[in-house]
Design a protein around this ligand. Structure first.
Ligand code: NAD
Length: 423
């Protein structure tokens, strides 16, 4: 499966899942297929030690990573994740999905991703800042506004981006807002960025629902992961008349057949850190989430959540992948056999990187757009990209995932071929 000595992917692991997605697209690449090996290995992977002094005076070491999967179409782009399960293999897969995603929406970026193997909830604010600054200094060798531009991902946010921007700027001697995106508004951030990924999930979901004749008004939605992506998507679906009937996060699983009141649930999650303990819902066992009667399922937590067993039980007609890599390849086949439409991560959650691109452009020109302008441009890019993907899927009779890979990999490999091999 892999000819790289430094990872041991399995069928269901993130890099293994990514490799099988690439294998499936080869028949649609024509002569470009001769370049396909370039997609099966990262261009560059940096592993760094991140030592910090804890508040109690002891020293802790954390493993940090930054992987640049492919830079053929432009600088690397991709988030930074703080999670105890982060591994080099996971970051490789996430960086590769960024390459595909950026090309799928035709942004002038390659794919990258970073992470630290840490449970940030166990660190104080000051420890989190020290760890972020040391990590930024260590990966400072390979990031930069024209090289590789990090952004938020699981457990990172605007504050972390502000520290990253400041650290990079201190090390280079001038304020460099374009080195990261997802920054706070007064530090060169963009209107609409915080909710952009959830908005993209909603836009692709709205378009997919229209094409399969599903009315969003009254549609029942189940959301796994009620953080930045899941929470924002849920809000927009609720505004369109859908009922959010189930939600699961790391604190618990809740259900209400009539739909939650999001005006109560969202502040509850913000104030308590999760959905557990929400008064307007019943508690469910975590595995029961996958049996919930619903029309739309939005996995918006981590990779590998939809395995074959869960894919067999899912009741939804439409799965919108807010998370990266939530579905294993075998589960993907099962959903296809069961006629459940999957809008894959590499297009469904591309709204975040699209508004990150807007932020990067605005930082260069120091001229900022209104939130309405951002949302209108985001909507158009997502709708146009999905249309091209849908047409490709219809033409070849393939899934939306393979069609997205076909559209994106063609763009990446044309760039690879036109640039030629150095030296
Ligand atoms: P976040 O940290 O804001 O939220 C993560 C959510 O997942 C939380 O609600 C958390 O409780 C939940 N979660 C964690 N472990 C879980 C478990 N074992 N079971 C159920 N829920 C669990 O992160 P986010 O930014 O919303 O990212 C979520 C997903 O979306 C990730 O896969 C990320 O890579 C992807 N994504 C994020 C962005 C972005 O702009 N933030 C862009 C594209 C894709």
């Amino acid at each position: 499966m892999s000819n790289l000595s430094y990872v041991s992917p399995t069928d269901d692991s993130p890099w293994g899942t990514y490799l099988s997605q690439v294998d499936r697209v080869v028949p649609y690449l024509g002569n470009l297929a001769r370049w396909v090996e370039t997609l099966k290995r990262p261009k560059r992977a940096l592993i760094v030690d991140v030592p910090i002094e804890l508040d109690n005076g002891t020293v802790a070491h954390f493993e940090g990573f930054r992987v640049q999967h492919n830079l053929s179409r432009g600088p690397g782009k991709g988030g930074v994740r703080y999670h105890p399960d982060v591994t080099l293999e996971e970051v490789m897969a996430l960086s590769a999905w960024m390459t595909v995603k950026c090309a799928a929406v035709n942004l002038p970026f390659g794919g990258a991703k970073g992470g630290i193997r840490v449970d940030p909830k166990l660190l104080s604010h000051k420890e989190l800042e020290r760890m972020t600054r040391r990590y930024t200094s260590e990966i400072g060798l390979i990031i930069g506004p024209q090289k590789d531009i990090p952004a938020p991902d699981v457990n990172t946010n605007g504050q972390i981006m502000a520290w990253m921007m400041d650290t990079y700027s201190m090390n280079t001697g001038s304020t460099s807002t374009g080195v990261v995106t997802g920054k706070p508004l007064h530090l060169g951030g963009s209107a609409g960025r915080v909710k952009a990924t959830g908005r993209g999930v909603f836009v692709t979901g709205r378009e997919a629902a229209r094409r399969i004749g599903m009315d969003l008004n009254g549609a029942r939605v189940a959301v796994q992961g009620f953080g930045n992506v899941g929470g924002s998507a849920a809000e927009l679906f609720a505004q369109a008349g859908a009922k959010i009937v189930a939600a699961q996060d790391h604190t618990g699983t809740i259900y209400n057949a009539n739909g939650f009141d999001l005006a109560d649930l969202i502040p509850h999650v913000t104030n308590t850190g999760g959905v557990a303990g929400f008064k307007g819902a019943d508690v469910m066992k975590s595995e029961e989430f996958w049996d919930v009667d619903c029309d739309i399922l939005i996995p918006a937590a981590l990779e590998g959540q939809i395995n074959e067993d869960r894919a067999r039980r899912i009741k939804a007609r439409l799965v919108l992948e807010g998370a990266n890599g939530p579905t294993t390849s075998k589960a993907d086949d099962m959903l296809f056999e069961r006629n459940i439409l999957v809008v894959p991560d590499v297009i469904c959650n591309a709204g975040g990187v699209t508004v990150s691109y807007f932020e990067w452009v605005q930082d260069f020109s120091s001229f900022f757009w209104s939130e309405d302008e951002i949302n209108v441009r985001l909507d158009k890019i997502m709708v146009d990209a999905l249309k091209k993907i849908w047409d490709t899927a219809d033409r070849h009779r393939i899934t939306l995932r393979t069609a997205t890979f076909a559209v994106a990999c063609e763009r990446i490999l044309i760039a690879r071929e036109e640039r030629g091999l150095y030296p």
